[in-house]
Write a protein that binds this ligand. Structure first.
Ligand code: FAD
Ligand code: SF4
Length: 490
């Protein structure tokens, strides 16, 4: 043997990263299941199960292909590499560039050599050159360059369909009594059972843990959901937990699928006339636009970006985030219960419910970030940090997004069926039946009016405060709501 190829748990693809140049006679492949990863925090068990079982299945598939594979359990990744390195007499270790600053630094210090991380469509250096030339880092500008550079949905230099973006067509509320096609269930095998038993976890059938399962999930999306993805992508309903979302983020993030494979299947479906442009464009934008942009921004903004707290939000994490019984807000109760069940909700509950609530209550961004990291199936550091700190709670002072995503109950009422059975009324901002989102939205604007008045995209909202004749009463109610939320009674 001549080299050790180290595979992180998010590099599980045979054709990318360090495995691209692997040689079965000269290389030993190393995977490390570190206790730091499994027991270090209050991780959602579904998430741990998914990550560990996927890695064990992948190791097994490499062995079946004829590779020598060392899968070790150790206190940390470095301890695991030490065990393997001792066994193979300190052979050089090769790895694809890791996906977080912390792991990058640790492996570099250990002396690992890196090959380029090609699990994304945009090299880190290319994104850096783009961002270095921008005054404001608008995702839409980046996305248009991506469409042209990658030649996706293009007709020469023009976008197919005559527009870059069909978001206006994509904001429908959920239809009444909406069921939609059934979601795919993933059967469990011996490896899954073994991991479940080690974690003391009763297995669900929600997430695949193999490449075959991930491909089945992808095909199921393109066959049954893609056409309706666009118009309903922002809708939330208790009648269908995922609407027409693809449920592909866990596999894209741990490597079981590569973005290029998903994009190829999406463009094929569009060119064969299976889906309208608004769905094709909307979905492709999420992957070649948002996903690549967020990863690029993580590396561009640097390791200290996660510590931003420019709105000086210091409230400890509210009890409702960890226990849905600690709230009477139907939207939050349903969303946190969904997360407990599947470790997933789509982008609108993440942004307009959970992050919005953290934002308007002035919850400490780092406490909220840690919670989000622990509970979502797809929560890698590179993707959670910009999404939460920049987009979700505007803790970076607007470096990434030009305005905060703060909203009252009217938005949630329009885009979901949560409000009808709720104790609170989205239209009311004062009184004991007032929707906490509506009250706290105005209170938030009032608390930060000096900061936001300077932002031309916020001035209209701040100006709206002048129309509130009941602002003093609202401020009193806001304090009651905040107290009630802290006590788990609102
Ligand atoms: C506050 C907040 C936190 C988020 N945290 C994560 C996270 O930890 N991990 C994660 O993968 N996504 C995160 N997202 C993005 C998005 O919510 C999820 O990617 C999506 O809900 C996953 O479900 P899906 O695969 O069905 O996505 P679809 O709606 O089907 O979208 C397709 C794909 O687009 C990509 N995508 C879309 N939006 C984003 C985005 N903002 N950032 C990165 N990729 C995106 C994902 O890979 C997703 O699989 C977050 C968004 C917000 C607002
Ligand atoms: S009324 Fe307010 S708290 Fe209740 S479900 Fe609607 S938005 Fe949520």
């Amino acid at each position: 043997m001549k080299r050790i190829i180290y595979l992180a748990f998010d590099h599980l693809h045979r054709d990318f990263g360090a495995l691209k140049q692997v040689n079965s006679k000269e290389d030993v492949i190393a995977l490390v299941e570190s206790a730091r990863m499994t027991t270090g925090r209050k991780w959602h068990k579904e998430r741990l199960f998914f990550l560990i079982s996927s890695a064990r299945h992948f190791a097994q598939s490499l062995r079946e292909e004829g590779f020598t594979v060392e899968y070790v359990k150790a206190a940390t990744t470095i301890d695991g590499l030490n065990i393997i390195s001792d066994k193979y007499k300190a052979l050089p270790i090769i790895c694809a560039e890791p996906s977080s600053f912390r792991q990058f630094a640790a492996l570099k210090e250990y002396g690992v050599s890196f090959v380029e991380n090609d699990f994304f469509l945009t090299p880190r250096s290319l994104f850096h050159s783009w961002a270095s030339e921008q005054k404001s880092y608008l995702m839409e500008s980046f996305y248009r360059i991506q469409r042209t550079r990658l030649n996706i949905l293009m007709d020469g230099k023009e976008p197919i369909g005559g527009a870059w973006n069909f978001d206006k067509e994509n904001r429908l509320p959920p239809p009444k009594k909406y069921e939609g096609p059934p979601y795919l269930e993933h059967q469990r095998d011996e490896i899954d059972q073994e991991v479940g038993a080690e974690l003391g976890y009763t297995l669900t059938t929600t997430w695949a843990t193999t490449r075959t399962g991930a491909l089945a999930q992808m095909n199921n999306f393109f066959d049954n959901h893609f056409a309706e993805f666009g118009p309903l992508e922002d809708a939330m309903t208790t009648e269908n937990w995922a609407m027409h979302h693809s449920l592909l983020s866990p596999y894209l993030n741990n490597g079981l699928l590569h973005a290029s494979e998903v994009i190829q299947a999406a463009t094929d479906a569009f060119h064969y006339g299976k889906v309208p442009i608004e769905s094709a464009e909307g979905f492709i934008r999420q992957i070649i636009g948002w996903r690549e942009y967020v990863n690029g921004m993580y590396w561009f903004l640097g390791p200290d970006y996660r510590n931003n707290n420019q709105l000086e939000a210091e409230r400890p994490l509210l009890p409702l985030f960890t226990d849905p019984n600690k709230t009477q807000m139907n939207c939050v109760k349903e969303t946190v219960s969904d997360i407990n069940e599947r470790a997933w909700v789509h982008h609108i509950p993440r942004l307009m419910l959970l992050s919005n609530l953290a934002l308007v209550t002035g919850t400490n961004p780092q406490e909220f970030l840690e919670w989000m990291r622990e509970v979502f199936i797809d929560a890698s550091e590179w993707v959670m940090v910009p999404n939460v700190i920049g987009m979700g709670v505007h803790a970076d002072g607007g470096r990434m997004m030009t305005k905060p995503y703060a909203a009252g109950g009217a938005y949630i009422s329009r885009m979901s069926n949560y409000c009808k059975p709720c104790k609170y009324d989205p239209k009311l901002r004062t009184g004991e039946n007032a929707c906490p989102f509506t009250t706290l939205y105005w209170d938030f604007l009032d608390r930060h009016k000096e900061t936001f008045a300077k932002n031309h995209r916020m001035s209209q909202q701040v100006f709206g405060l002048n129309r509130l004749t009941d602002l003093p009463e609202l401020k009193v109610r806001a304090q009651e709501v905040l107290k009630g939320l802290e006590l788990g009674q609102i």
